[in-house]
Design a binder for this molecule. Structure first.
Ligand code: G6P
Ligand code: ZN
Length: 581
């Protein structure tokens, strides 16, 4: 059939500014007539027709409510805007890291390569008719659109008057693999539905030693558990962990992707991944012996949480431990790491590894896009953030399943001559051994959610002023706790990208102490109501006889200092944080 292109008149919607990870709104906002269409057309216009005509686009996401409708709309608009072909993961499912992999690796039957992608996800936010939907655009390198593009998209949303759509194009069946061909005024247009996992699984197999991991998983001493929290990771977990690596079916929890994530909050942390946390023996005590290893992912499978038996690995430690073991345990890195990077509020555990192994090291603002630039320039192999993100230069997004495979590789490597021995080296052993070698960074994060935006601004303005006077700071510190060392440096973090020279200002206030402790204050860039103040507290302990303490207990003096320094209660009226991680 030959479809027709319609020009539909429209008027702008307010608030279509893409945040750190695209446009996220309640479903009821997205379903308004023209709302999604305006944003998609504004994106096409920002990319310019020259880049859109003839392009190959990937359109898929984490499968949350409204995704299927959104995919059909984007297909019709792609056709009308002269896109040559659209690639859709079966049932519209592709994890964010898999999209990045597909853009970078997949080659179509006719040799075509993708030039970009609409990813339909609101990441770790809940889904369903009353919850969140989201859309973001990723570029040719597989990474999120840079600010220069997202700013243009936003400008376009403010002035849009019409969009193009092939209204008579029939809906494409995205539930089965295959190609559907159409003809339009500008020539052929195809939609190819492909297996969501194949390209990603192939990439993972080229990075890790699957044979070695398989041996670990088949050891009777090793038990394993993976919780996809009903997110899109479920579409990969069975293929990778069960089919490829031989894990038992029963080791998969909540691995059927659901439009509403089973009513849960698909965020892999100690608060929301309750079922896994209990199974791992970290919640209420149970009679069943917990597995040796547990992990969880968020809705779009780019975040990860790593657990051992009755043991939590902080994301800051996780990236440091992966970096320290990568060359030995992961074939992809066998010729060495190009460099490592962490976001500013992430603990300095990675810094110590970088120093010891003489690796290039970068400290970037919060947000994955900063790592992408370093990777494109060949400066960084492994990176991570305290917010449960870990990844490498195999793609340009953080990668939840990659992190699990990295940990399984380290466990398999450490146990390779001992799989039939009495006791395996455990996750906890690896972390404690790491602390003994490099010292431990006790770490905690206090979140003050939904604080009055004005009050949060005032608190930050007060800290900006305070950081310029070390004398004043140290008087407050001393007055609060005599057992805390003194502040030797304080600043407002600013980053100059070593690749493109761009400068990012106002990225948080840092207080650096003589003994290596740090306090960091910043406002969250992803909240949806009011403001969220994040307070990151970290203390370095080199003495290996003192690295086994409870972290909240070890950090109590610094917490006291932080609350006094920031006048937290005075500004916010809050006597306690909403979440502690
Ligand atoms: C998203 C980004 C991360 C960031 C996290 C926390 O997941 O992809 O790069 O670390 O949000 O951001 P926030 O501004 O809320 O602390
Ligand atoms: Zn996510």
């Amino acid at each position: 059939m030959v479809f027709k292109v319609s020009k539909v008149q429209t008027t702008p919607f307010e608030g279509q500014k893409p945040g750190t990870s695209g446009l996220r709104k309640k479903v009821k906002v997205f379903v308004q007539p023209h709302y999604l269409e305006n944003f998609v057309q504004s994106t096409f216009n920002a990319l310019t027709p020259a880049k859109v005509r003839g392009a190959t686009l990937v359109v898929s996401g984490d499968g949350r409510y409204y995704s299927k409708d959104a995919i059909q709309i984007i297909i019709k608009m792609s056709a009308a805007n002269g896109v040559r072909r659209v690639w859709v993961g079966q049932n519209g499912l592709l994890s964010t890291p898999a999209v990045s992999a597909v853009i970078r690796e997949r080659v179509g039957a006719d040799g075509s390569k993708a030039t970009g992608s609409f990813i339909l996800t609101a990441s770790h936010n809940p889904g369903g008719p009353h919850e969140d939907f989201g859309i973001k655009y990723n570029m040719e390198n597989g990474g999120p659109a840079p600010e220069s593009i997202t700013d243009k998209i936003f400008e376009n949303t403010k002035t849009i008057t019409e969009y193009l759509i092939a209204e008579d194009l029939p809906n494409v069946d995205i539930s089965s693999v295959g190609v559907t061909n159409f003809g339009g005024p500008e020539g052929p247009f195809d939609v190819e539905v492909f297996d969501s996992a194949s390209d990603y699984v192939k990439l993972m197999k080229s990075i890790f030693d699957f044979e070695l991991i398989r041996k670990l998983l088949s050891s009777p001493k090793f038990t394993f558990c993976y919780d996809a929290l009903h997110g899109v990771a479920g579409a990969y977990a069975h293929r990778i962990f069960v089919e490829e690596l031989g894990a038992k079916e029963s080791s998969l929890l909540n691995c059927v992707p659901k439009e509403d994530f089973g009513g849960g909050h698909p965020d892999p942390n100690l608060t929301y991944a309750k079922e896994l946390v209990n199974r791992m023996g970290l919640g209420k005590s149970s009679e069943v012996e917990p597995p040796e290893f547990g992990a969880a992912a968020d809705g779009d499978a780019d975040r990860n949480m790593i657990l051992g038996k009755r043991f939590f690995v902080t994301p800051s430690d996780s990236v440091a431990i992966i970096a320290a073991n990568a060359v030995d345990a992961i074939p992809y890195f066998s010729s060495g790491l190009k460099g490592v990077a962490r976001s500013m509020p992430t603990s300095a555990a990675l810094d110590v590894v970088a120093k010891n192994l003489k690796l290039k090291f970068f400290e970037v603002p919060t947000g994955w896009k900063f790592f992408g630039n370093l990777m494109d320039a060949g400066l960084c192999s492994v990176c991570g953030e305290e917010s449960f993100g870990t990844g490498s230069d195999h793609i340009r997004e953080k990668d939840g399943i990659w992190a699990v495979l990295a940990w399984l590789s380290i466990l398999a490597y450490k146990n390779k001559d001992n799989l039939n021995g009495n006791k395996l080296v455990t996750v906890e052993d690896i972390v404690r051994q790491h602390w003994a070698t490099y010292g431990r960074h006790y770490y905690t994060r206090y979140d003050y959610e939904n604080v009055d935006a004005g009050a949060a601004k005032e608190l930050m303005a007060y800290l900006v002023k305070l950081q310029s006077s070390l004398d004043e700071i140290n008087t407050i510190v001393k007055g609060a706790r005599s057992d805390v060392s003194k502040v030797v440096n304080a600043d407002e973090f600013e980053y100059k990208d070593p690749v493109d020279g761009s400068i990012s200002k106002h990225q948080g206030i840092r207080f650096l102490f003589e003994d290596g402790s740090r306090l960091v204050f910043r406002l969250s860039g992803t909240g949806s109501e009011g403001a969220t103040i994040r307070l990151y507290i970290e203390q370095y302990e080199k003495d290996s006889s003192k690295t086994g303490r409870d972290s909240q207990e070890a950090l109590a003096p610094l917490v006291e200092v932080a609350l006094k320094l920031s006048k937290m209660q005075e500004f916010t009226g809050r006597s306690a944080p909403t979440v502690i991680t």
